[in-house]
Design a binder for this molecule. Structure first.
Ligand SMILES: [Zn+2]
Length: 66
């Protein structure tokens, strides 16, 4: 619809935060595969398991606007 002026059309940026403490120090299980063109590990898949480095335990991740 031509609303955006930059990037690839993503309307709003979001942050991923811990649903318990609100910290964005969260990570999740993922696979990285080697990309020989880019010479770096590229994200291949992400899984449901999430961890909060503030709570130091399993976390549920929430998506919030920036
Ligand atoms: Zn947390």
């Amino acid at each position: 619809m031509g609303a955006g002026t930059e990037g690839n059309g993503t309307a709003e940026k979001v942050r991923m935060v811990c649903s318990h403490c609100g910290s964005d120090e969260v990570t999740r299980d993922a696979w990285a595969a080697w990309d020989p063109q880019a010479q770096q590990w590229a994200l291949r898949a992400t899984f449901d398991y999430a961890f909060c480095h503030r709570c130091m335990t399993d976390a549920r991740i929430e998506e919030v606007p920036c």
